[in-house]
Ligand binder design. Structure first.
Ligand code: HEC
Ligand code: HEC
Ligand code: HEC
Length: 151
């Protein structure tokens, strides 16, 4: 896994991932690299380069003690990631292989168990049809989501 991370680091260092993703998604797709949709708003919760390399450390609640930089506030909420990074197409960060979190992880061969418990879609102000709701989302998790979204 470390080598994959190093590989990704090398990509991000030359800005290939973001630069090419925006300039020529088709070319990127052809090369087998992930095409990332841009998140909502102007910027991420931390510097983009920092996020590319360290988002896993910010998010892993079972690894709090190994955090070396101590940057951890509510703004690193997983719900926040989903709010901003859900795809306009699927409404999710990991429903399709092209969705934000899934695309990169598929490319890097990373498997997350987070979505067993956490919703991959932002909270909806109105009820979602049972068939459309992800079965893996526990009531516990949805009950703590804020009621109304501005959009
Ligand atoms: C077995 C169920 C389960 C799994 C799997 C799980 N979590 Fe959680 N997580 C919880 C519960 C329960 C809470 C506390 C409820 C809350 O704060 O919404 C929580 C809270 C969090 C929070 C703080 C609250 C928030 O919304 O940000 C983060 C961050 C988080 N989890 C990240 C992750 C990540 C990343 C993974 C995958 C590596 C993961 N979790 C896997 C159950 C789980
Ligand atoms: C307020 C909206 C917002 C929130 C919340 C947010 N992001 Fe972002 N994120 C963005 C935007 C916008 C960008 C693109 C920034 C840029 O182009 O420099 C981005 C970029 C990224 C990137 C780099 C993508 C690339 O092009 O390589 C990663 C990784 C990322 N976010 C992960 C996360 C994670 C994980 C969380 C939750 C801890 C999160 N984001 C929360 C808006 C958000
Ligand atoms: C720019 C590519 C990229 C994007 C976008 C991305 N990730 Fe990752 N993520 C990775 C890579 C690469 C790893 C593996 C790093 C390693 O093994 O050291 C990883 C690992 C993780 C891990 C740790 C997995 C584990 O158990 O080791 C979590 C949690 C995670 N990502 C959450 C997210 C979430 C949530 C999103 C969407 C908001 C997201 N990532 C978007 C590249 C990305």
């Amino acid at each position: 896994m470390a080598s994959i991370r190093d590989m990704l680091r090398a990509f991000t260092l030359v800005g290939a991932l973001a630069g090419l993703a925006m300039a020529a998604p088709g070319v990127l797709a052809g090369a087998g690299l992930p095409t990332l949709e841009k998140g909502k708003g102007d910027k991420c919760v931390e510097d983009t380069q920092y996020m590319r390399r360290n988002h896993m450390d910010l998010l892993k609640h079972h690894r709090d003690k190994t955090m070396h930089e101590g940057i951890r506030t509510t703004r690193h909420s997983l719900k926040g990631c989903v709010e901003c990074h859900a795809s306009p197409k699927t409404g999710s960060v990991a429903a399709s292989k092209d969705d934000f979190c899934a695309s990169c992880h598929q490319y890097a061969a990373v498997h997350l168990d987070c979505w067993d418990c956490h919703a991959t879609k932002p909270a909806k102000p109105k009820a979602v049809p049972a068939a459309a709701a992800a079965p893996a989302v526990s009531p516990m998790m949805t009950s703590v989501q804020p009621g109304g979204q501005p959009q």
